[in-house]
Design a protein around this ligand. Structure first.
Ligand code: GAR
Length: 210
């Protein structure tokens, strides 16, 4: 089994990145190795987490580029320089254009804090997702890991996990529960399955080999 190089994209606190680093430390990433962390913003805590784990970092700041196309081109150059086998969006809050998912078909995954197709797509990111779930009054939410395609949050679903909503939840409380009970488990698990070559996609449906 070839050793896979994983590039992780972040924009903020990086708790999902930490879950990946911890899983790698326990030997639970299927032999994959996080070789680079790229942030869309300077100064975020996710970069400190990477440095502490001796992982190389880059900042490719969205604000330094005039549009999505120019930003995506810079990202693509970085992925090629890093010889990425897998790109993981772990709390990455910036939209990339279709050149990226065409260059890395079924090789880029994203964790989304809801059960797709609920509460997803443009404008649904971070706390907004949990605000929308509470506003709708759903009793169950959760998280989804999916492959990235041209459709925002619309790519093939790899793993999902449900989380109960409780009386008195605020968006912040719910976000924390969804992270603890779902995201931090299914993201490393999806990466492990990828690195063990257990994921295949046909007609937009992901199959997982036993
Ligand atoms: C996570 O809940 C992640 O699912 C969400 O932002 C948070 C980032 O936390 N991502 C999105 O909403 C992407 N559309 P983290 O920086 O601590 O991993």
């Amino acid at each position: 089994m070839a050793h896979k190089k994983i590039v992780v994209l972040v924009s903020g606190g990086g708790t999902n990145l930490q879950a990946l680093i911890d899983a790698q430390g326990r030997g639970e990433l299927g032999g994959g190795e996080i070789t680079c962390v790229i942030s869309s913003k300077a100064g975020v805590f996710a970069l400190e987490r990477a440095e502490k784990a001796n992982i190389s970092t880059r900042v490719i700041a969205r604000k330094d580029y005039p549009d999505t196309a120019a930003y995506s081109a810079a990202m693509l150059d970085a992925f090629r320089e890093e010889q990425a086998d897998l790109i993981v969006q772990a709390g990455f809050m910036t939209i990339l254009d279709e050149t990226i998912c065409r260059a890395y078909p079924n090789q880029m995954m994203n964790v989304h804090p809801a059960l797709i197709p609920s509460f997803c797509g443009k404008g649904y990111y971070g706390l907004h997702v949990h605000e929308a779930a509470l506003k709708k009054g759903v009793k169950v939410t959760g998280a989804t890991v999916h492959f990235v395609t041209e459709i925002c949050d619309g790519g093939p679903i790899i793993l999902q996990k449900a989380v109960a909503i409780e009386q008195g939840d605020t968006p912040e409380i719910l976000q924390k529960r969804v992270m603890e009970q779902a995201e931090w488990h299914i993201l490393p698990e999806a990466v492990r399955l990828f690195c063990e070559d257990k994921l295949s996609v046909k007609d937009d449906i992901v199959s997982i080999a036993q």
